[in-house]
Design a protein around this ligand. Structure first.
Ligand code: ATP
Ligand code: MG
Length: 591
């Protein structure tokens, strides 16, 4: 154990030994026994006080009480090595500034000896606290005269399990106050104090951590409670352990009454309420409990007869404990949103598109018809005025009609473009409303492919389109014009998104009862993160390059709807810069 340091004239006392209290005669024995008894009572009393101390100020009081049984002194100081360093000054009588200054200097000097090499007086001043337990301190005089000079000092390291945690320093104005006789008691008291202070420090740290954790818990609870989204949390068995206010409101909107306190399983609720959307929600929770993440699943809650039924959007993820090492999720966290108003807006948009495209069709047909009529008339008139054989009437540039004709050709091509757009919008509303009706007939898929390729090829000299038919039999029962539309839409894209031309390969194969068609270009390709979206309506890849390509983002959406309506599947493989392959399958004969 570290030696105590006494700056006054007294020498350190030898260690307490077993024979210390023995004496040679009976009277002496009795006296000695009495002394031991008193010491035991003393040790017991101070021990109890230290054990009962609940904070550092209780420890200070216990320490003062114990020390003042032994000595009368001017001040007691406790230096704690903790980060940051702390110094508690417990004065037992008024201390002059000079006394305090000297005290601090002596503490620093002693601290250097016992493992505080970098401590300075300035540092001590900034970390010093006065603790003046008036009710305990026994002032030496009633008048409490201010001490000005230090006469004796006793420094004892505070040790816990062989670690120095601080230092106890006692100061007195008189010389020779600290008796070597009492040194082993003082050391023992310091040991008690050290353990008690260490316990208090541990308890304070623990309390601080607990307070922090509690604060975080309350903050999280507040965030969850005030979230606009519904939040549902389950345990590993799918038992709902937490449901925030918004989630409760959503359940209430769906006419589901929940008990306020008890936890429940969505599965049981689904059985009790007989609601398909609850069964779907229970299924989602089961799926997530197998460690899958579900995003943006829509649950139609309201009755299907309603114009826009209450619709919830749910995303759910598995919960793992903080270490993340559990093989199975310990629960599910699901976020639920009411997306009914979005659906209402979408419905309005769809209705608007449907009405507008219908309304546009009539004037468009008239414009197309009259343009066609005018073109024919002018072409006839020009032919009548020509003597030689002229390939194209508009090629004769010096006739006034020729300019009119060229302008009419522009009107015609723009009208065709407008008609394609209106048709796409009409197709969109048909798909949206489930009104895409197929007119089945039996035909050769190879014919439709070559017809469509031909019409695309004539408008693009930069590209070479190859048709590779790898099956002798290409007979299919399907909607011919719709299949031509699918091939046309994909081929249009292949041409449009290969601005530098190149080869486009159309491959037809047969696999069992299915035809497989793939269309590969050498164009700009598609980023992998965009692939999942390109079949969505109005979706166009947004980058600086794609801005130059005209389109509204409906071609693939309609193509997908047509293929799926036939019972087939459509997909894409693409790499940026190396081209794209679209493929789709069609059953040879529909079910
Ligand atoms: P439109 O409605 O006129 O067809 P669009 O061509 O933009 O317009 P889609 O055909 O649905 O719409 O295609 C969606 C998006 O997918 C395109 O905007 C384009 O970004 C991307 N895309 C489609 N085909 C290809 C392709 N062959 N190469 C590269 N990108 C493509
Ligand atoms: Mg397109």
């Amino acid at each position: 154990m570290m030696q105590s340091m006494m700056e006054s004239s007294v020498q350190p006392e030898p260690q307490v030994t077993d024979g210390m209290y023995r004496s040679s005669n009976e009277h002496g024995d009795r006296l000695e026994l009495e002394k031991v008894r008193r010491e035991l009572v003393y040790i017991n009393t101070i021990g109890k006080r230290f054990v009962a101390a609940i904070d550092r100020f209780h420890v200070h009081r216990a320490l003062l009480f114990a020390l003042q049984e032994l000595y009368s002194f001017s001040a007691c100081c406790i230096l704690l090595k903790d980060k940051p360093v702390e110094l508690f000054i417990i004065p037992c009588q008024p201390l002059s500034a000079a006394f305090i200054e000297d005290m601090l200097q002596r503490i620093v000097n002693a601290a250097h000896v016992i493992d505080f090499p970098s401590l300075s007086v300035t540092q001590l001043i900034s970390s010093a606290y006065f603790d003046a337990p008036d009710e305990v301190a026994q002032y030496r005089t009633q008048e409490a005269i201010e001490c000005t000079e230090i006469g004796s000092v006793l420094n004892i390291p505070l040790i816990v399990e062989n670690h120095i945690i601080g230092m106890l320093s006692l100061f007195d104005e008189l010389v020779g106050t600290f008796d070597t006789e009492m040194l082993h008691f003082t050391t023992m008291i310091a040991d008690y104090a050290a353990v008690a202070l260490d316990n208090v420090r541990l308890r304070e740290n623990e309390n601080a951590l607990w307070r922090q954790a509690e604060f975080e818990r309350q903050r999280l609870e507040l965030v969850i409670r005030s979230m606009a989204e519904g939040l549902l949390i389950t345990d590993a068995k799918g038992l709902v352990t937490s449901l925030n206010h918004s989630a409760r409101q959503l359940f209430a909107q769906a006419q589901i009454t929940l008990q306020d306190t008890s936890s429940f399983r969505i599965k049981d609720l689904a059985i009790a309420e007989e609601k398909p959307w609850l069964a779907r929600l229970a299924h989602i929770i089961d799926e997530v409990l197998t460690d899958q993440t579900i995003t943006n699943q829509e649950l139609i809650v309201g009755e299907s007869g309603e114009s826009v039924p209450l619709t919830l959007n749910i995303s759910a993820a598995p919960l793992h404990n903080a270490s993340g090492v559990t093989p199975r999720p310990i629960g599910v966290v699901a976020v639920i949103n009411d997306v009914t108003s979005n659906k209402q807006v979408e419905k309005l948009k769809d209705e608007f598109v449907s009405i507008v495209s219908h309304e546009l069709r009539t004037p468009l047909t008239a414009i197309k018809g009259y343009t066609q009529h005018l073109i024919r008339r002018i072409e006839r008139r020009i032919r009548k005025n020509q003597t030689g054989v002229i390939e194209h009437p508009a090629a004769v540039s010096d006739l006034p009609e020729s300019q009119d004709l060229r302008n009419l050709y522009i009107v015609q091509s723009q009208t065709d473009h407008l008609e394609r757009l209106v048709n796409e919008l009409l197709d969109l509303s048909q798909v949206q409303n489930g009104q895409l009706v197929l007119q089945y007939s039996t035909f050769h898929l190879a014919d439709v492919l070559s017809d469509t390729i031909h019409s695309v090829q004539v408008s693009s000299e930069q590209h070479t389109i190859y048709l590779d038919i790898q099956t002798p039999d290409t007979l299919i029962k399907a909607d011919r014009s719709r299949i031509a539309q699918v091939i046309g839409n994909i081929l249009d894209n292949a041409v449009k998104y290969s601005p530098h031309g190149g080869q486009i390969t159309v491959l037809l194969q047969r696999q069992a009862q299915e035809y497989l068609i793939s269309i590969t270009d050498q164009g700009i390709g598609i980023q992998p993160d965009q692939l999942a979206h390109i079949f969505e309506r109005f979706y166009r890849v947004r980058n600086t390059a794609s801005r130059q390509y005209a389109g509204v983002g409906l071609g693939l959406y309609v193509a997908k709807a047509i293929v799926e309506q036939h019972g087939g599947k459509i997909g894409v493989n693409a790499h940026p810069g190396t081209g794209t392959t679209f493929y789709f399958s069609l059953p040879c004969t529909p079910d």
